[in-house]
Design a protein. Sequence first.
Lengths: 367, 336
Amino acid sequence: MDNTFTPIEARKPPSSAIGPIAWMKESLFSSPVNTLLTVFFAYIIIRFIPPVLDWAFISANWVGTTQDECTKSGACWIFIKQWSGQLLYGSYPEELRWRVNLALIGLVAVVVMQFFLPQHLRRRVGWVSLLVYPLISIWLMYGGLGLETVSTDKWGGFSLNILLAFAGILMSLPIGIIWALGRQSQMPFVKVVCISSIELFRGVPLITILFMGSVMLPLFFPAGVQLDKLMRAFIAITLFQSAYMAEVIRGGLQAIPKGQVEAANSLGLGYWKTMRLIVLPQALKISIPNIVNTFIALFKDTTLVLIIGLFEILSTIQAALQNSNWLGGHHIEGYVFVAFVFWVFCYTMSRISVHIEQKLNTGHSRS
Amino acid sequence: MKKSVLFGLVTAAIFSTNVQADTLEDVKKAGMLKCGVSTGLAGFSQKDEKGNWSGLDVDVCRGVAAAVLGDASKVSYKPLTAKERFTALQSGEIDILSRNTTWTATRDTSLGLNFAGVVYYDGAGFMVNKKLGIDSALKLDGAAACIQAGTSTELAIADYFRENNMKYKVVTFETSDQTRSGFESGRCDFLVSDQSQLYSLRIGLKDPEGAVVLPEVISKEPLGPVVRQGDDKWFNIVKWSLNAMIEGEFQGVTSANADEMAKSGKPGQKRLLGSEGDLGEKLGLSADWAHQIIKQVGNYSESFERNVGMGSALKISRGLNAQWNKGGILYSPAMR
């Protein structure tokens, strides 16, 4: 007797619980309010998306070199195409732009190396590149030592935004750490100096600091002494960013249980050793999301240097709109392009931040 | 009040340190003229796709460079915003400020600066829709005006309408682009702005031919190059470089015929071009200083037409900026 048990085929769930109709019923029309919202957003999408797509792609102008060739009704991307050199590199001499490219590639390489090198090399390479890379990139950008000098008033475009943001974050990290430690110091003088500098620069808008640096500062120098305009902007950005960085790191420091410091003390470690080996590694690790956050904010803030006449990407667009050969009103194309470029970069950075967090996760995460 | 005292003190300090300064020597030593321009104003100082600067204001700098260094291309352009322009000049960051700056009594007397002449006589003007069929600003009674908020134009138009016992409504906008869109969408009957900018706003309209710029100019905005006070030698050089361009047009010397005129022109032309007389020596420059300006940059008319006039997209007519014997007020003092 063949008595083997064969299960009957499972019945499919009723069509009211599965499939597109059920999904729609569940997620889009589950209640009168939801239904209303669905209809409302569907209307918005149908009403606005096709015209935007039509403007940006279908009736856009792609081929040509002058404004007159923008004959179709959509976006005039020729404008962006023709100005792309200026938008990316500013007035940096065309035949030397490979130097900017090399500096940017180096930057990417330094970041990528931190992910793919074997663990034991990572730290050493990291420190070396942190110290060596900035020098190399400044040499590449500015010249000297066998390379043709390119004065900083020729620097511009999006590469200037990137440069200001990375240089700002690189300088503000050590200053921020020192200010944050100083703020918690037992020594009254150090404490007062650190607190007042943090509160001063954090309590003032970046625009004000930039204006001070560009309009007031030169008046206080003796005649004949000039500090490079880009340098002044850089110092202003660094001071501003350091104050924020100090507060971010203070948050990290305060999250470290006191027991860690006491344990270090009982092992006989001094202040600097405690900080370097025990407290800071943990504090910095938990601060990473916030550091990246302030970095993204800084990256977008670099467009503010347009108010002191530096040609970063946004002011290049504004200058391009004032060129008498391009007066046909290409504002929307210009600003959409800038927004797109910034979004791509900021989104990439936030993804990288998530990746770093996962890499450094040592199992203390509470979620 | 306190602020202005502080500012005055600071300015005075800068001013006093610059008394001994010899800008001409500095420029010659550097082999480069540092010229403050705007960050972008169509026809006056604008960048092109290759990063080269051009414009009427830029040509003043190129002219001075040609006169002093013999090469119009030896200019290092420093783009400046409106707020930082005077500081940049006072602190010595630039040698000459040529940035559509209006010559006013206050600026001339209180900033430790000198205006070296007028490159362009600007003033607030009107743009109206052609369909209205208006040919004079005096027929604008009761109309609505599109104005950019916070500009001196607002004051000028208020004065003008009050003087002529006319009424008007104001629609203000934050930026010049918004003002243009407002005009285009019919929120007002006419648009008020500086003449030089009216033309570039007009080009940006969807139908530029549908709008006309009225002939009236209702305020004084003489734009010119500025130098530091206390260096009269440099002040003279900038002043006469500009005059050489204006006189060049008056004498009929162009970039094309300058070489020829220097050899076989009339006495006045020869004196201007340096083949007779010693004007260059008296300025502390080479004899052919003006020759170089006109040959490399052009006379005033050439520069005007190329940058803002009929040879450019702006198509501004000469108007007030024509020579004094052709209906304008452009007049160079005697070149002798």
